[in-house]
Design a protein around this ligand. Sequence first.
Ligand code: AFP
Length: 337
Amino acid sequence: MITAESHQTQSTSGPFRTTLTQHILSQQGERFTERLASLLTQIGVAAKQISSQVRRAGIIEVWGQTGEVNVQGEEVQKLDMIANTTFIEVLKRSGCVVALASEEEDDWISVSGVEDGYFVAFDPLDGSSNIEVSTSIGTIFGIYHCSEHPKSTQDLLRPGREMVGAGYVIYGSSTVFVYADQERVDCFTLDPSYGEFLLSRPNLKLPTTLTTVSVNEYNQPYWPQWMCEAIDELKSRNQEKRIITGRHIGSLVADFHRNLIKGGVYYYPVDRNNKRGKLRLLYECNPLAFIAQAAGGADTWGNGSVLDLVPSELHQRVGFFVGVSEGVKHIENHYTE
Ligand code: AFP
């Protein structure tokens, strides 16, 4: 008799790779409740739908702006709107979500019919200024468990530390889905030939050596003094030999993913133009900080993890530094109020 075990093939190589659904089902009960398992499966469905729209940008009429300005004061791109509607509609029908908060929506969305479920905070399409130049963009999400239906915004303003899971999807040279809980980070790649996410990088860990810094250096005239000194000090390490390089895609999620694989840090400080920071706490910084920590890295707003901040509003902004621990500690060593 051939047992299933002796017949097993490697899950991350060969033709029979583990699919996202198989991965979730195989760990249901240990890492995923039944509800969380269905939620993640549905996020996977939304990701595939958004990915297929992104892949056709330029062919179908999804380029350009809608003419509207969102709650952040930014021009809304058509693909932003498509991604936002897709994510909301798929998750509303999932039967496991009680509330949603999106970068593109002024207020949170209450989903009726579910009592014990999840609150998902998300950025439907991060880096949308990169849409028309065919560069990587992505969807970011953070998941909180709610044992009761939230009644007010206040019920949703919870520290990121309370998330049960977080992830992102990158629409890049391939479409990848990264998901983390407190213990591990797994990466899946979409096989477009049959439309399944396949486990491609199980149990991802951030490298410990700092090789890359992602920061928009043209913001330097607006930076506080300590930030200028922190960057100068990193550059000075290259006197003899280049040991650190700079990479800045301009999509936080794509920069983060690159750093997660290659060993880097992403920096966006509070500056003269962004007095409270540029990046959004709930649906950009918290999920990425959570993933970084699960992968053995770190994050800070300057003097502690963003995951410990209690948000004062849904669209709160914050200074943010995330990635390899050494690069995050470097900021905390220089940071002054
Ligand atoms: P959008 O999703 O509105 O394009 O925002 C992108 C973003 O928040 C982040 O993904 C980038 O890293 C950052 O802005 C780039 O901003 P600067 O142009 O100020 O560097």
